[in-house]
Every structure is written in structure tokens, then in C-alpha cells.
Write a protein that binds this ligand. Structure first.
Ligand SMILES: [Zn+2]
Length: 314
């Protein structure tokens, strides 16, 4: 069997399950034509940039789709209190994504004055009240001051409330690397739908080389298509039954075969997967949509997808 990424011929047991759309975005379409080595490399170097893209993380958080570690992403893991950038805070969630509320990170101010006396001020979340004496005494001890009775520390504590805390988060979004992951989906779908014949397609080769290259630049993609952050066109939204689903179509126009891909409603790509459609006389246009929450797939010809849209039973 030949791996579609490294093109080496390997034994059956050297292949494992490859998710065409990454598992961590709820992609349930799988195939077995990528070798274990390539599969794991694609995971590290390619898929990760899509799965951890800020826009995708927001979606994964909303839909509670865990990553490989089993953890649901939390984009509010690190932020600051509006009006007090010294005060770190976060929103906490349990393992299934239910909110546990706001948590203020302990904040300490400690000054030793010229006369040798000290000034210690701690600000902690109410959830940490029981830990406060331990924190205070640790600081005192470390700086050579006598420790205090826990009750005395708690007696001096003043409880204040932040009635409507606002959180500032810093977000940075990768604008390039995630595109390669979308290219990978187009390449694998072409193999999935066109079959073995796609192996030596010149455009397929261009894509394959981009996928295995050490460095990746946007310019390479521009030759064969465009990939952008964006909102779904109305037509695609309707094809996706209005859901915030993943979707792909493979469609022929003259001698070109296009793969149109949508990741949730936040990214889309149009890739020319072939300039040699004459190589595939049996080509039929294709459609797939995947519900990222339930994993449910709807796969058909694109023609049938349009018929369904028009209310025909197919
Ligand atoms: Zn391989």
C-alpha cells in the first residue's frame, strides 16, 4: 500500500486511522491511506495550527469539543481585570465545559522599609480565603519575619466585591499556518473521492510538497487557490442545513477540479486540486457536511445535495 503523503510503499500495519478533518474539531471522516509516521507528523506540524487557531478555539469552546488531551479549550484562561492590569484573572470551567465562574489570581505587594519593618498586602479570590494564612506566612518566613496566627490574618482581611468585573484577554491569531491544514483536507478529500488515479496529479503533487515542506509560506498557496477567515456564503450555509458545520465539495469546471472547504462558519478555502480533469472520466461532483458536535456525516453527490435543498427526496 502506498502512503499518499510520503508516497512510500509500506505494509498494512504501518498505516493507521487518519482523520481528514482533524479529530479535535469533530471531524469524523477517516481513511487509512496515510502511514503512521506521516499521520503523526501532519498532526504536529499541520493540523495543530488549525485546531488551535483562535477562531477555531472559540468554536471548540462553544461546542465543547475536546482536544487530544481530552481538554476543552478555554480562551479565558488568562486575562486581566479591566482597569487593573496587575490583577490576573480567568474564567474557570469543569472538564465538560460548565462554567465555574471567575477566579482572581492571588496578587501580592511586599515592601521592606528602610527601618527593617515590612508592608505586606495580599489580594486573593474569596475561593482562596482558607489558603490566605498559608500564603502570608510563607512570604513572612521567606523574608525573615515572624509568622502570624491564622486567625489574626483572617481577622485583618477585608472582603471587597467587584460588582461587575470585566476581563481583558489578549488574543493572537495565526494568519498563515492554519491554511496548510485546510490544504491537507483538500488533498485527502481528492484521494478519498477520486481514488488511486489522483496519485500523480500535478496539482496534487504541488499540494503534497507543500504539506511535507519544512517551511511554509502563503505565496505557495496563492498559486493553487485561496484560503481565508470568513463567513459562509448563504448558499453554503443552506447546504449545511443552517448548522455551523464543516463542509466540503468537489466540483468540476472545464478542466479544473475545485475543492471548496468550510471549517465551521469561520474559515473557507477554494483549492484547485486538479488542472487535468480529463484524467478522471468517471468524476462525479461530491458533497460532505459534518456536524462537529454529533459527528454525524452527510455525504452525497453535490447534485443530490442541491436536490435536497430544493426539497426533493433523494
Ligand atoms: Zn507516509
Amino acid at each position: 500500500m502506498r502512503c499518499i503523503i510520503c508516497k512510500e510503499i509500506k505494509e498494512q500495519e504501518e498505516f493507521n486511522e487518519e482523520h481528514v478533518f482533524p479529530d479535535s474539531i469533530g471531524g469524523t471522516l477517516t481513511q487509512y491511506n496515510v502511514c503512521i509516521i506521516c499521520n503523526s507528523r501532519l498532526g504536529h506540524d499541520v493540523d495543530t495550527h488549525l485546531v488551535n487557531h483562535f477562531l477555531v478555539k472559540i468554536k471548540r469552546m462553544i461546542y465543547r469539543i475536546p482536544g487530544k488531551s481530552g481538554e476543552i479549550p478555554n480562551i479565558f484562561k488568562k486575562g486581566y481585570l479591566k482597569g487593573d492590569m496587575e490583577q490576573e484573572m480567568r474564567l474557570e470551567f469543569d472538564s465538560v465545559g460548565n462554567s465555574k465562574g471567575v477566579y482572581m489570581q492571588p496578587e501580592k505587594q511586599f515592601n521592606v522599609l528602610a527601618d527593617g519593618s515590612g508592608n505586606l498586602h495580599y489580594r486573593v479570590d474569596l475561593k482562596d480565603k482558607a489558603r490566605l494564612p498559608g500564603m502570608v506566612n510563607k512570604t513572612l518566613k521567606r523574608n525573615g519575619f515572624p509568622v502570624m496566627e491564622s486567625a489574626e490574618i483572617l481577622r485583618r482581611a477585608v472582603e471587597t466585591r467587584e460588582p461587575a468585573p470585566e476581563m481583558i484577554i489578549e488574543a493572537s491569531a495565526d494568519l498563515i499556518e492554519y491554511k496548510r491544514a485546510i490544504l491537507k483536507i483538500a488533498y485527502e478529500l481528492s484521494h478519498y473521492w477520486i481514488g488511486e488515479n489522483y496519485f500523480n496529479d500535478p496539482n496534487g503533487e504541488i499540494i503534497r510538497k507543500i504539506l511535507i515542506a519544512k517551511n511554509f509560506t502563503d505565496a505557495k498557496i496563492n498559486k493553487i487557490g485561496s484560503i481565508n477567515e470568513g463567513i459562509s456564503l448563504d448558499l453554503y450555509k443552506r447546504l449545511k442545513q443552517g448548522g455551523d458545520f464543516h463542509m466540503a465539495v468537489l466540483i468540476k469546471d472545464g478542466n479544473k477540479i475545485y475543492c471548496e472547504i468550510q471549517i465551521f462558519d469561520c474559515m473557507e478555502g477554494t483549492i484547485i486540486v486538479s488542472n487535468n480533469a480529463e484524467r478522471y472520466p468517471d468524476f462525479v461532483n461530491r458533497f460532505i457536511s459534518i456536524n462537529p458536535v454529533t459527528g454525524e456525516k452527510l455525504e452525497s453527490t453535490l447534485t443530490d445535495a442541491f436536490k435536497r435543498l430544493a426539497g426533493e427526496r433523494v
